[in-house]
Design a protein around this ligand. Structure first.
Ligand code: NAD
Length: 394
């Protein structure tokens, strides 16, 4: 048996994703992971984050990068480029959270997401992608794109079906939706680089782009890339007619909360993706593949791996049921291992095999860049009431 290699790890950021990244690292079995430390601009969370995990808290990001082999980019999207390029230019591997990058406004107090030309956002986002790809091309490291949907067990099962049957996907449709993101910063375009179209839409969209890449790779030795997109983006909870019943978050400043993306690939086939913050009943994540030789429904969340009936809500007060569910009373699709269905541990296991043993990643910088290009082309299409926009691929 091959001896396990040790990989030294640094985490940048000390919030929500830094927490689930660290948790997923604890499940890695093919590599020995040595988490050296954390760097975050917020010392009030970085210090306890480091203390709780018995790792070092670094005062300077460069010092952390110099001591590790791989850097986890667990910071808001506006800082993904800066942190990724800093690590790549020091020849380190990067595990970058979604979305790869974006357009975050002009930095002025007057900036408002409803009031700028979308072409500007597309140009800026593509420029940022180019700078990241350029830094990677010059680096001995690589950028591994932490799109967990790629590594979900159901999506990887679909990969196997495509590879072994040579099937042609004619239409993929899917959705990520719930009743609104928890983070206060999410309400502002300047923080997220957009609204639900990028924040949630990136997940099913990237899974669809990935599966068409797998299909092309398996049959013809080259990926099938996205060609055009038509999209709509709406702000339903900001409409004066919206009636607030206290179940759906509705304090967004300047972002979309319902979006639809329709992609045409270079072989003429289709993907349709919905993303919204207006759906009650728990998180709704699914992808359906309609191929010429099979059909697959990836029921990510909810799914029926386990169903519980709880007559008295209080009995489940200490029991995690499923993400974003409003009530624990009655029937629920309780997830016995949500992380597993979500692909977090599988994603980290695969990335560390790339870092330690050179295994080719399924989710890489080109997939990430295609996703960004499609999303900002979609925002441009939405500005034009759904007119088709050509997608630039790298
Ligand atoms: N894949 C998923 O399911 C998933 C889920 C949640 C968040 N995310 C992604 O993770 C990223 C971070 O989101 P989050 O929810 O962890 O946010 P968060 O606000 O909980 O944490 C962000 C952390 O980054 C730190 N930070 C901010 N700017 C920094 C900088 N320039 N240098 C160093 N530290 C900095 C903050 O102090 C904070 O500790 C986002 O890109 C988000 O889209 C992915």
């Amino acid at each position: 048996m091959q001896e396990k290699k040790t990989v030294r790890t640094g985490i940048v950021g000390s919030g929500f994703s830094a927490t689930f990244h660290y948790h997923a690292l604890s499940k890695i079995y093919g590599t020995v992971v040595d988490v050296v430390g954390v760097y975050s601009i917020d010392k009030s969370t970085a210090v306890p984050y480091a203390k709780d995990r018995n790792i070092r808290n670094f005062d300077r990001i460069e010092e952390l990068i110099d001591e590790v082999d791989v850097v986890h980019v667990c910071v808001p999207p506006i800082s993904h480029e800066e942190v990724s390029v800093a690590a790549l230019s020091r020849n380190k591997f990067v595990i970058c959270e979604k979305p790869l990058t974006g357009y975050f406004g002009d930095g002025s107090d007057q900036f408002h997401g409803d009031k700028f030309p979308r072409q500007k956002a597309l140009d800026a986002a593509l420029g940022s992608c180019e700078r990241i790809l350029d830094a990677e091309a010059k680096s001995q490291g690589r950028l591994l794109y932490a799109e967990n949907w790629v590594y979900m067990p159901s999506i990887q099962k679909e990969r196997e079906i495509l590879e072994k049957t040579g099937g042609q996907i004619l239409w993929i449709h899917g959705e990520e939706a719930h009743s609104g993101s928890h983070a206060a910063y999410y309400a502002y375009w300047k923080n997220g680089g957009g609204g639900v179209l990028i924040g949630k839409g990136c997940h099913p969209l990237t899974a669809a782009l990935y599966l068409k890449r797998v299909e092309g790779r398996a049959r013809d030795g080259k990926p099938i890339r996205p060609k055009t997109v038509t999209a709509r983006a709406h702000a339903l909870t900001r409409m004066p007619t919206f009636r607030d019943e206290g179940l759906i978050r509705c304090d967004y400043h300047d972002i979309d909360d319902f979006s639809m993306i329709h992609v045409t690939f270079e072989d003429g086939t289709l993907a349709t993706v919905f993303a919204s913050d207006i759906v009650v009943g728990g998180i709704h994540n699914w992808l359906e593949i309609c191929a010429n030789n099979h059909r697959a429904r990836c029921n990510i969340n909810p799914n029926t791996a386990m169903e519980t009936y709880n007559p008295i809500e209080a009995n489940f007060k200490d029991i995690y049921v499923v993400e974003k569910i409003e009530t624990k009373a009655g029937w629920a699709c309780t997830s016995p291992d949500e992380d597993w269905f979500t692909g977090y541990p599988q994603e980290m296991e695969a990335f560390y095999r790339t870092v330690a043993y050179g295994q080719e990643p399924e989710s890489d910088s080109l997939l990430a860049a295609d996703s960004i290009s499609t999303i900002y082309s979609a925002y441009l299409s939405a500005e034009r009431d759904g007119a088709a926009v050509e997608i630039k691929t790298f």
